[in-house]
Write a protein that binds this ligand. Structure first.
Ligand code: SF4
Ligand code: SF4
Length: 287
């Protein structure tokens, strides 16, 4: 099984569109949506949820008020100002550090797991999909991503899948690191803008740190041909294969507005053809 993660320097570059369309071209695959802070692969693929379960990202403190003598020590000790003057504990501010629990003279505090998101196991056309969603302010997106990838790997093994296709988190933070770690290839979707090129350089550095082979797809390449050529030159200098260039056409805009896959549009379909060529080239590079 080969794991391919699709990432980008920031959100809104077309990463999820690319993921969904490549998945439509794959055979025997499992799909994982690891963009847990802003998941939208389900909007394009409309999965049927088979199972959902809570995700516990960390612990939060709770008080047994019958034991508390209101000495105020916990409030003074808490660096995160999670305990208000009236003793109310703010679960968003509490970092679960355990300090107040061990220092409370009455043993009135304890840590309990806090649900910070939900894990879903779903069915899409021809495949199974693992995805998740963090609650607003929910913590530990890297841990949720790691769980999604672990379940996807188990599913791939159980069903003999050839591919795990992962919609990774954008940026270079903890969830992106968790998305990239252990993958066979990272497809970095970028756009030809000055900030897009700067973001690409940072993401490439991250991917290389984890010894994952990087590939690049330039989305909306015709927005700025000069920067497109700069991106290609940067990739050439680092031996990174540019798998393809996707144009921004009215047909693309219309298909996205209708929530349709680009590879399933009627002919002529130059963008669908380019996505097919990208998929074939990736297969050839990884075989
Ligand atoms: S330290 Fe314990 S006893 Fe004191 S206010 Fe906090 S919970 Fe109550
Ligand atoms: S567990 Fe740590 S962060 Fe949470 S209320 Fe206690 S001292 Fe504050």
């Amino acid at each position: 099984m080969k794991e391919v993660v699709v990432i980008s320097g920031k959100g809104g570059t077309g990463k999820t569109t690319v993921t969904a369309n490549l998945a439509a071209l794959a055979n025997q695959f499992v799909l994982a949506d690891c963009d847990v802070d802003a998941p939208n692969l389900h909007i394009l693929l409309n999965p049927k949820i088979l199972e959902e379960k809570p995700f516990y990202g960390g612990n939060v403190v709770v008080r047994h008020s019958d034991r508390c003598i209101d000495c105020g020590l916990c409030r003074v000790l808490c660096e995160f100002e999670a305990i208000a003057a009236d003793g109310a504990i703010d679960p968003i501010k509490c970092e679960g550090c355990n300090l107040c629990v061990v220092k409370c003279p009455m043993g009135a505090l304890k840590l309990v797991p806090q649900q910070s998101g939900t894990l879903y196991f779903s069915e899409i056309d021809r495949a199974l999909m693992v995805h998740g969603r963090l609650k607003a302010g929910g913590e530990n997106s890297g841990k949720l991503v790691t769980q999604i990838k672990r379940i996807a790997a188990q599913v791939a093994k159980e069903y003999g899948c050839e591919w795990a296709i992962v919609d990774g988190s954008p940026g270079i933070g903890c969830p992106t690191i968790a998305s990239v770690r252990g993958a066979d290839a990272a497809l970095i979707v970028t756009e030809p803008t000055v900030s897009g090129l700067a973001d690409l350089k940072r993401v490439v550095q991250l991917v290389e740190q984890f010894r994952v082979r990087a590939f690049v797809i330039i989305n909306k390449f015709d927005l700025n041909l000069t920067v497109t050529e700069e991106i290609e030159a940067f990739c050439g200098d680092r031996d990174i294969v540019v798998l393809g260039r996707l144009p921004l056409t009215q047909a693309v805009v219309e298909a996205l507005r209708r929530g349709e896959l680009l590879v399933r549009q009627g002919r002529p379909n130059p963008v669908g053809d380019e996505l097919n060529a990208i998929w074939n080239q990736l297969n050839a590079c990884l075989s």
